[in-house]
Design a protein around this ligand. Structure first.
Ligand code: SAM
Length: 393
């Protein structure tokens, strides 16, 4: 990654590929040790709408914080292989999965993950972790106290957003006022209230810093793709991003609530990720789905699987973290391990398409109608493309 001043002076300058690869290795090693997110920054309602998981499905999923994986349980697939290199995210996913299938009441479940809180976390959290791999049970015996105040304020991203909210002075009541405005006025409200704070030198420097990239889950490879696609510096990208979120149906946009208010809108049952809604909870309880957890690199899990293993692959935006040659290896491994007609879901910050770039378009057909609708509907507004591909052998 070229420093910004140098990039402006010599626009086509690049560090050698090995230097970029080294920075991304360091990034991955740092990222995988930190508790970064407590929610998935992808619109899991869109995933649920278009993915087509059903009772015959076998899913391989990168979890992030697990909202999409937990949401799949209401579709009762045969199995889910949940993968993440980050043990904090995988353990949180597993707790969401166990809570969705085993919580005695919706009330307890919603308190835990809708409010991030439990009246008795020391008992409740380890109880819900029972039956999980040993390392996860140990993890939750150590970390149950996250739910003593609110888990939704824990983790690097939540802490960064807390700082931002404090500096900007926004909260739930401000958001309710903004929601009532037409979209153009909402964008102006962001310009008036949030943009000037982000433009302050210390915030600009913070937004460019590597720790900030970690808190946003953007590695150097992805940041290059993002800056190239948007033609903006990180700070301008961030303001544009908030304006894009402000232009969505804010009343149901749980990302907007989480960022601005620091909590979900508990008055609107549709303003939370689907797995948290009562009807999904009722369908998920007692789901027969076998969920296996892999605290490993996706490539390791793929390499140990045989042909015809999975019908659905959900990759988050992890392919954006990979250089083109690794994207090609990933697609080749998916081709080898997939059932005919399998569906692959991947988000990207760039307009270019990885299957075309890697020459794999003969085997991965982008479902244009569905992908374009999903891209338009994803309320996280972080991705230029939400791509669904169908695999053809
Ligand atoms: C790609 S990150 C980016 C943020 C993501 N859009 C979200 O909403 O969470 C999502 C997750 O992918 C995981 N991840 C990235 N590359 C991976 C890989 N090769 N194998 C397994 N997990 C990976 C990270 O640890 C993280 O938890």
């Amino acid at each position: 990654m070229v420093p910004d001043a140098l990039r402006r002076a010599v626009p086509n300058l690049r560090f050698p590929r090995c230097a970029v690869a080294l920075r991304d290795k360091l990034f991955q090693s740092t990222f995988s040790k930190l508790f970064v997110y407590n929610i998935l920054w992808e619109d899991s309602e869109v995933d649920e709408r278009y993915l087509g998981v059903d009772e015959h499905a076998a899913v391989l999923s990168i979890t992030g914080a697990g909202c999409t994986v937990a949401g799949m349980l209401s579709r009762r697939p045969v199995c889910i292989d949940a993968v993440d290199i980050n043990p904090h995210h995988l353990a949180l996913t597993a707790l969401k999965v166990n809570a969705a299938t085993r919580s005695p009441t919706y009330h307890e479940f919603y308190d835990l993950f809708g409010r991030g809180w439990s009246p008795d976390p020391e008992m409740t959290v380890p109880r819900l972790a029972e039956g999980l791999p040993d390392w996860m049970q140990r993890y939750w015996r150590r970390h149950w106290a996250r739910f003593a105040t609110t888990m939704l304020h824990k983790g690097l991203t939540a802490r960064m957003l807390h700082l931002l909210r404090r500096e900007v002075g926004v909260d739930g009541p401000w958001l309710r006022d903004v929601i009532r405005l037409p979209a153009e006025e909402r964008r102006r409200a962001v310009d008036a209230r949030i943009a000037p704070v982000l433009a302050k030198p210390h915030f600009k420097a913070f937004l460019k810093s590597p720790i900030q990239l970690v808190s946003l889950g953007i590695n150097f490879q992805q940041r290059d793709r993002l800056v190239e696609a948007e033609g903006l510096e990180m700070v301008d990208y961030f303001v544009e991003h908030i304006k894009r979120v402000a232009s969505t149906d804010l009343a149901t946009n749980w990302f907007g609530w989480y960022v601005v208010a620091g909590h979900y809108d508990h008055d609107n049952p549709d303003a939370v990720p689907p797995y948290l809604r009562r009807d999904r909870f009722e369908r998920s309880r007692g789901a027969p789905t076998a969920v296996r957890y892999h605290k490993r690199n996706l490539f390791d899990v793929l390499s140990q699987a045989g042909p015809g293993t999975w019908s659905h692959y959900t990759l988050c935006d992890a392919p954006d973290w990979l250089p083109a040659e690794a994207q090609k290896r990933l697609l080749a491994e998916i081709l080898r391990t997939s059932r005919d007609g399998a569906i692959v879901l991947a988000r990207s910050v760039e307009g270019a398409c990885m299957v075309e770039r890697t020459g794999m378009d003969r085997h991965f057909r982008r479902l244009d109608e569905v992908s374009d609708a999903a891209t338009a509907e994803d309320r996280s507004r972080q991705y230029r493309r939400v791509n669904f591909y169908r695999v053809a052998h």
